[in-house]
Design a protein around this ligand. Structure first.
Ligand SMILES: [Zn+2]
Length: 71
């Protein structure tokens, strides 16, 4: 596997209707650290305690089921 960037991973089917899930891209979920106003005030210091978790979002065109995968 030579990572070409972007969305990767095997094709996966919806658990309910066995339709191939459509990738909606990768979102960076923030884990840890302060959120909201306190996080804004803390600024760069807050980023040290914060981890970004890239998750690929895949949706089923049939039933709207959404699954998240570690990107
Ligand atoms: Zn489905």
């Amino acid at each position: 596997m030579s990572g070409s960037g972007g969305v990767t991973g095997p094709a996966l089917d919806c658990l309910r209707c066995q339709r191939p899930l459509e990738s909606q891209g990768v979102l960076q979920f923030r884990v840890g650290g302060a959120t909201g106003l306190s996080g804004m005030l803390l600024g760069s210091i807050n980023q040290l305690a914060e981890t970004r978790l890239p998750l690929e979002v895949r949706t089923c065109p049939e039933c709207g089921h959404v699954e998240l995968f570690r990107a």
